[in-house]
Design a protein around this ligand. Structure first.
Ligand SMILES: NC(=O)c1ccc[n+]([C@@H]2O[C@H](COP(=O)([O-])OP(=O)(O)OC[C@H]3O[C@@H](n4cnc5c(N)ncnc54)[C@H](O)[C@@H]3O)[C@@H](O)[C@H]2O)c1
Length: 454
């Protein structure tokens, strides 16, 4: 099939490349001229494991093209994918300007039956609005608008796209459903379902998935906060409940909150949509509040530990800047907020991330930039620091083990927002180790973080 993919970011580039890899002829469109030039040149502007190989192959075999000109891509396309940004607009609602802008350009470019697919995460009813805009300029019989929400995870996007647990297709048109099913069949050969439904339900399914996952994470983070109060260990709670198949093992790890380009904005957007329909979606409101507090909870622990909110003269190592491992995406990353709070309190930072230093530098404030030295490896970030703060659970941070830390640091103190280390080993190594929802190790009982009963 001939595909046009409009918007060549994380979703557009991964989808376009994977569709090209399964034999389709794909033209990706983006308004970002520099990005398009880079891509034409064979350079990938994002970090995603596995993308490079299939990108190079598809480009070599002439199935993957890039352009800034939508008129080069849409007229030939059997299917047009909208993979456009839908960032938070004012008061939490999704900003649909890019989607609407492109939708208004499509009509005159359609002269043969075309399926227009919305892959962006959009509020219920957006498909109807896109359909209206296109129908203003072309006969309704010549196109269908389908909702096909994307569930890939950054950091495992290629794997998720090639082997999706399910594909959701929202349309009432049999013709569009058949074309979409044909397109996706190569990706579900192991038997995972292609689920067809009405368009509004498909739009809402994406929000339901993200709101549910954000709630699950947040529930465990609150449980961790309670563990700290009562002297329990959230790891044990996780093992104790995760074996219940009704609950499941995944997304039960406590930490310093979720971030990224999807959960925060989608939770906010579903809350906003509910409000527009006169419904107060209380659970997601709490999820947002708890997550905001959780992101900087580690700073509060540091204040408790040092018994001051003045960190002048202290240098902290910082491991991990991206919002999660295996990505350079720092959107809504806890590290952004934590760095800001630490610098506000007078600290200087030695920061390291395997992939996200560049994106972090672009997003953080001049104050943080001024107070931070970015280093080339995890070891350098330990050099003579007062403590290490761990914000992202990159695999390489799991080793060297805690036993090796003490020699490098001025004082062997770790504030771990991702619970990477074994408590017994930290204790034996004589390291002060303060993590999330687990007993603080080698901390003077008087100032043991979280162990103070109120
Ligand atoms: N990133 C994820 O993990 C993920 C997962 C599932 C769904 N989504 C959803 O998919 C959508 C896209 O997300 P993303 O992370 O790929 O965004 P992104 O910001 O990485 O990419 C969007 C791209 O669209 C381009 N663009 C903007 N306006 C344009 C226009 N008028 N014409 C052509 N190109 C234009 C931008 O230059 C950018 O390259 C969002 O709705 C998001 O919520 C994202």
């Amino acid at each position: 099939m001939n595909l046009a993919v409009i918007g060549t970011g994380y979703v557009g580039l991964v989808s376009g490349t994977c569709f090209a890899d399964s034999g389709n002829n794909v033209t990706c469109v983006d308004i970002d001229q520099q990005k398009v030039e880079q891509l034409k040149d064979g350079q990938i502007p994002i970090y995603e494991p596995g993308l490079e190989t299939i990108f190079a192959r598809s480009q070599r075999e002439d199935r993957l093209h890039f352009t800034t000109d939508i008129t080069e891509a849409v007229p030939e396309a059997d299917i047009v994918f909208l993979c456009l940004p839908t960032p938070p607009g004012g008061d939490g609602q999704a900003d649909l300007s890019a989607v609407m802008q492109v939708a208004s350009e499509l009509g005159p470019l359609i002269d043969d039956y075309t399926v227009v697919v919305n892959k962006s995460t959009v509020p219920v009813g957006t498909g109807d609005r896109v359909e209206e805009l296109i129908a203003d300029k072309v006969d309704r019989a010549l196109f269908d608008v389908v909702s096909n929400p994307e569930f890939l995870k950054e950091g495992a996007a290629v794997e998720d796209f090639k082997y999706p647990e399910r594909v959701v297709i929202g349309t009432d048109s049999d013709e569009a459903a058949e074309i979409m099913t044909t397109l996706y069949e190569p990706f579900v050969r192991s038997g995972n379902p292609i689920i067809t439904m009405d368009r509004r339900s498909a739009e809402l399914t994406k929000y339901a998935a993200n709101a549910m996952l954000a709630t699950k994470i947040t529930f465990m983070n609150e449980m961790a906060n309670i563990c700290e109060k009562v002297g329990a260990n959230v790891d044990n709670i996780r093992r104790g409940i995760g074996t219940d198949s009704r609950i499941g093992k995944r997304f039960l790890f406590a930490g310093i909150g979720y971030g990224g380009s999807c959960f925060p904005k989608d939770v906010e957007a579903i809350h906003h949509t509910a409000g527009q329909y006169g419904y107060d979606f209380k659970i997601v409101d709490s999820v947002m509040q708890v997550n905001d507090a959780q992101k900087v909870s580690i700073v509060k622990k540091m204040e408790d530990y040092y018994e001051t909110d003045d960190f002048s003269g202290k240098t902290f190592g910082m491991w991990g800047l991206s919002f999660k491992p295996e990505t350079d995406d720092i959107r809504e990353a806890p590290a952004l907020y934590i760095a800001e709070e630490l610098v506000k309190r007078g600290a200087t930072l030695l920061a390291y991330d395997p992939e996200a230093i560049g994106t972090f530098k672009q997003a953080t404030s001049p104050q943080v930039l001024e107070a931070t030295t970015f280093v080339h490896n995890q070891q350098e970030a330990l050099d003579n620091v007062d403590a290490l703060v761990i914000c992202t659970e990159w695999n390489e941070f799991r080793r060297p083990t805690v036993d090796n830390f003490a020699d490098e640091m001025k004082t062997p103190v770790i504030f771990d927002g991702r619970n990477l280390y074994d408590l017994n080993r930290a204790e034996k190594a004589g390291i002060t180790y303060i993590s999330v929802g687990r007993p603080a190790i080698n901390v003077d009982k008087k100032k043991a973080v979280g162990e103070n009963k109120e």
